[in-house]
Design a protein around this ligand. Structure first.
Ligand SMILES: NC(=O)c1ccc[n+]([C@@H]2O[C@H](COP(=O)([O-])OP(=O)(O)OC[C@H]3O[C@@H](n4cnc5c(N)ncnc54)[C@H](O)[C@@H]3O)[C@@H](O)[C@H]2O)c1
Length: 365
């Protein structure tokens, strides 16, 4: 396979993780970066051996095939559309966009140009997520009946140096952390058919206790506790809670319960973690040996897209998957506001499972 050249737009907090995560994959090479803050892009380029450009100059470089959009959520749709308009394949951080209409624009731009759109999270490609997927595909717990997924915290204002945006439009626990949990559920169980949600904004403002913002009042524009029921096309039902209003809990990240047994799935914000299974009628949970590598990081989804571009197969961390997840998130909010179930109009084929036996840095053609 050829090595496709990659540029980065947005050299903030998460960008170094992509440098580390892309490095093991021979199918991609990160060569350039850009940021609205020119000095930030220059410092990042110097640190990682890249060339710094303006956004326009990076997009004009003929040798770059794929551009990563690591900007803030409010800029995702606009920057992804810019990348596609320049004739490059695009891969965005999550969420794909802030709403369905913007997400649709991005997906239509990719389709019209015959280019790939990829989107984070790609954590479901890790050893934890893929071992769980294989266990379900192999029938270890039988057909899924139900699942639970819980992200509960008291918000990022105790540690994040710039926590304000988490409480503004486009933030909140559902749009920030929901993509990890919902992407994992869809990878394990296929598409969602309809949802019902309840939501509340428990505090009108938050008080930052991080060193950087100590004592600052952060206005709250979004729901901070969202509880949802998801009915999958398969008929399985998941209970999902995302919250910034909870001080402590004993709930697991994700569990999938099948006709013949139950499965625990590790933290969907990570590539590793233990997978355990219980056979129906037994009381003993068994650790399942991991069937896939945990030596991967953010960048696996981009590399997978680069391999897929060359062979013509579907890529796994796809815009289509991210759009379905966005559709579910928006529908949960709409359901909570309207007091009724919302049908999910988008659907997709379950992502391809990763084959076993791949060496680190290797991908299937
Ligand atoms: N920080 C994390 O731990 C983390 C983890 C996982 C995912 N993410 C996701 O990664 C994305 C970026 O998060 P971050 O924490 O790195 O944010 P950040 O604010 O640290 O970095 C974003 C960068 O994008 C630049 N930028 C914004 N708009 C731009 C535009 N239109 N053109 C060019 N550059 C632009 C900003 O100047 C900034 O340098 C978000 O979608 C976030 O959800 C972050």
């Amino acid at each position: 396979m050829d090595t496709l050249k990659v540029g980065i737009i947005g050299t903030g907090n998460i960008a170094p993780a992509y440098i580390r995560g892309c490095a093991p994959f021979g199918v991609i090479e990160v060569v350039a970066c850009a940021d609205l803050l020119v000095a930030r892009a220059q410092a990042f380029a110097a640190e990682h051996g890249l060339t710094a450009h303006s956004v326009d100059d990076l997009l004009a470089r003929a040798d770059i095939d794929i551009v990563l959009n690591l900007t803030i959520p409010a800029a995702h749709a606009e920057v992804s559309t810019q990348i596609l308009a320049a004739g490059k394949h695009a891969y965005s951080e999550k969420p794909l966009a802030l709403n369905r209409a913007d997400g649709e624009r991005v997906m239509q731009a990719a389709a019209a140009a015959g280019l790939r759109m990829g989107c984070a999270p790609d954590t479901f490609l890790g050893g934890g997520g893929q071992t769980a997927r294989k266990a379900i595909d192999d029938g270890i717990i039988g057909a899924p009946v139900a699942a639970t997924a819980f992200f509960l915290s008291h918000g990022p204002e105790s540690w994040h140096p710039n926590a304000g945006f988490y409480y503004l439009k486009g933030g909140g626990p559902l749009f920030d952390m929901g993509p990890y949990y919902l992407t994992t559920l869809v990878n394990l169980m296929g598409p969602v058919a309809r949802v019902a949600g309840s939501a509340r904004r428990s505090f009108p403002e938050r008080i930052a206790t991080s060193e950087a913002l100590m004592g600052q009042r952060l206005p709250v524009e979004v729901n901070t506790h969202i509880a949802g029921a998801l009915e999958f096309e398969s008929g399985a039902i998941a209970t999902v809670i995302t919250s910034f209003d909870i001080w402590g809990h004993h709930l697991p990240w994700i569990e999938v319960h099948g006709e013949a047994g139950s499965l625990t799935v590790p933290d969907p914000n990570r590539f590793d973690g233990a997978v355990t299974a219980l056979a129906g009628g037994s009381r003993d949970w068994q650790n399942l040996p991991l069937t896939h590598s945990i030596n991967i990081g953010r960048g696996a989804g981009v590399a997978d897209m680069a391999a897929a571009i060359q062979s013509g197969r579907r890529h796994r961390a796809s815009g289509e998957l991210a759009f379905h997840v966005l559709d579910i998130m928006q529908a949960l909010e709409e359901s909570a506001a309207a007091g009724q179930h919302i049908t999910i109009e988008s659907t997709l084929e379950q992502p391809l499972a990763l084959p076993t036996g791949l060496a680190d840095g290797e991908l299937d053609a």
